[in-house]
Ligand binder design. Structure first.
Ligand code: KIV
Ligand code: ZN
Length: 385
């Protein structure tokens, strides 16, 4: 089976979410949890971007010993030197250096010709390799780059010493079929590609980041990058917890291994949400509050008979304690009885009927009936003469 390395960038691309600003202690706390979650590589920050980020990356590099720590650098000697100072104490230091390869970025942002971009990439990767044992090179905006230009530059960058090649969908523009095709093309046409790990990195502007990442893995990516809760620049990055669970649940389709400890997912998600202040939407896959909640009577009845009827993921798998039956206007008598028995109420049949009627009347006025509401109904009925 092929192994897929998990590269977490919550502390770098994730922190680029508008309004998010993590301090050093918050970053370290998240890094400790990411280590427990089992990520192979964590991108702790962008050391040249600020003194605070430099110190946070250095502290994480000195503390975390079970994941490789990386930091981002632009393709300049200054950025690479600063990154080395921050990362040199890591158990397995690595550099992530990027340079754009799409026509629009080269012409308007970099103001460089394609040949100049190739030379800069070669120079900076070989400069970085003088210090770093692992150097990842990212072709920024790869999904809008010319495929044959990518083949040329990647071949040269591998010769210069890159150990990982990353092909980001920087602006979240591609589709699963296109993104997968790009990975297959690079695998089949870059002659020295077998010397490196091939990585995918997707943004969610069109809501396809997770699907695109899985398509890349199916087409030869051996590293996947993403963030917890999918936070990140603009609409965010691919959600690592969703990718992790998809790889686990759909082993029939994705025959790959990884080192993640899935039961740490909920804890990791909660921690990231608390520190970043970015709330997880209730309907978010895997970690949303409603991910294991069943409201309709038909679904509740099915789940009570056999959870597999409506649950493809068990709550326990991702560290959620138990499934949650939300009582509302579509709930049936069976779910109601089950819920009140969990609360310790065993009613005679006529009292149960009475309680169920009161409950149904309340659901006409209230979308979700809480435990407190039920407690009031039940104590009224129990104490009535
Ligand atoms: O999305 C992107 O292109 C990036 C690069 C820095 C890899 O985050
Ligand atoms: Zn990105």
């Amino acid at each position: 089976m092929v192994h897929v390395n998990i590269f977490d960038t919550t502390l770098r691309d994730g922190e680029q979410s508008p309004g998010v600003n993590l301090n050093q202690l918050e970053k370290l706390e998240i890094a400790r949890q990411l280590e427990r979650f089992g990520v192979d590589i964590m991108e702790a920050g962008f050391p040249a971007s600020s003194q605070g980020d430099f110190e946070a990356v250095r502290t994480i590099a000195q503390t975390i010993k079970n994941s490789s720590i990386t930091g981002l650098a632009r393709a300049t000697k200054t950025d690479i030197d600063i990154a080395w100072d921050a990362l040199k104490d890591a158990a397995e230091p690595r550099l992530h250096v990027f340079l754009a390869t799409s026509p629009i970025h080269m012409q308007y942002k970099l103001l460089k010709s394609p040949e100049e971009v190739i030379q800069t990439a070669i120079d900076m990767v070989s400069y970085a390799r003088k210090r770093f044992p692992h150097v990842e090179w990212s072709a920024e905006d790869a999904s809008r780059s010319d495929l044959d230009f990518l083949v040329r530059i990647i071949t040269k960058v591998i010769d210069a010493g890159a150990t990982v090649i990353n092909l980001p969908d920087t602006v979240g523009y591609t589709t699963p079929e296109e993104y997968g095709r790009m990975f297959r093309y690079i695998r089949e046409n870059v002659p020295n590609i077998h010397k490196v790990a091939l990585s995918c990195h997707c943004h969610d502007d069109l809501g396809m980041a997770v699907a695109n990442s899985l398509a890349a893995i199916e087409n030869g990516a051996t590293q996947v990058e993403g963030t917890i809760n999918g936070i990140g620049e603009r609409a965010g990055n691919a959600s690592l917890e969703e990718i992790a669970v998809a790889l686990n649940i759909r082993k029939d389709k994705y025959n790959f291994t990884n080192n993640l400890v899935l039961k740490e997912i909920k804890r990791t998600s909660d921690l990231v949400s608390r520190f970043t202040g970015m709330l997880v939407p209730p309907n978010k896959a895997v970690v949303g509050k409603n991910a294991f909640a069943h409201e309709s009577g038909i679904h509740q009845d099915g789940v009570l008979k056999n959870t597999l009827t409506y649950e493809i993921i068990t709550p326990e798998l991702v560290g959620v304690k138990s499934n949650d039956l939300v009582l509302g206007k579509h709930s049936g008598r069976h779910a109601f009885k089950d819920k009140i028995e969990q609360m310790g109420f065993h009613l005679l049949p006529e009292k149960l009927g009475e309680a169920f009627t009161s409950f149904k009347q309340l659901t006409d006025r209230k979308k979700e009936v809480t435990d407190e509401d039920l407690f009031t109904i039940l104590t009224d009925i129990q104490t009535a003469v």
